[in-house]
Write a protein that binds this ligand. Structure first.
Ligand SMILES: [Zn+2]
Length: 199
């Protein structure tokens, strides 16, 4: 199921109220990133599809994911005008086991269609984190707080877009945005393939 036009202005989560602006999370949380959007609601069909994409080696699903992300979010991309797409990194040990970073595969497909360059060497995950689904909100933030590092001495980009497969509380995107902004990036946007529903 697609997110549709009725969504949070900050994170892109679908809203129940027709004229609402912010979801419950964004009303109480001050995010570090500037704005985000997502393609699908994280419901049954896409959940299974992403599971196969991540854990059953179905990496060719990225082609369709990238196409849908571009189709749904191209107007947003025109407004944001990002100079580079940065996939949310996996820790190297995890990537070695899986054989690929699922966010990077989606980012590459989005890059092909939008003409925006993709750079996977700017941001790295400095340590393996505990799987997020086993943690509460507070633990999630602590878990990702120091998980990302910048791998270049200077970043030439001022507007970047992060790409990930699933957006939940935004703590991962905020942690990435924090290090990018510290390194001189002005605007950090994010596109996620799926997003959980706002309360
Ligand atoms: Zn929100």
């Amino acid at each position: 199921m697609y997110v549709g036009p009725n969504h949070c202005m900050k994170c892109g989560k679908p809203l129940d109220e027709e004229n609402g602006e912010l979801c419950f999370d964004c009303e109480k949380t001050r995010h570090v990133y500037d704005q985000g959007a997502a393609v699908f609601q994280y419901s049954q069909g896409i959940k299974q599809s992403i599971y196969r994409f991540k854990y059953n080696g179905c990496r060719d699903f990225a082609d369709w994911y990238g196409e849908e992300m571009y189709r749904i979010c191209q107007e947003q991309l025109k407004l944001w005008t990002p100079q580079v797409i940065i996939p949310v990194p996996l820790h190297v040990s995890k990537e070695r086991i899986r054989g690929y970073n699922q966010a990077e595969l989606i980012a590459v497909e989005l890059g092909k269609r939008s003409g925006i360059r993709v750079d996977s060497n700017i941001l790295k995950r400095s340590r393996a984190t505990t799987p997020m689904k086993s943690l509460n909100d507070q633990q999630r933030s602590e878990n990702v707080e120091k998980a990302f590092i910048i791998c270049q001495n200077s970043i030439k980009y001022r507007k970047v877009i992060l790409v990930d497969d699933i957006y939940t509380t935004g703590s991962t995107i905020d942690a990435c945005a924090r290090v990018l902004k510290k390194a001189g990036v002005d605007k950090v946007y994010c596109l996620s393939l799926c997003v959980g529903k706002g309360i």
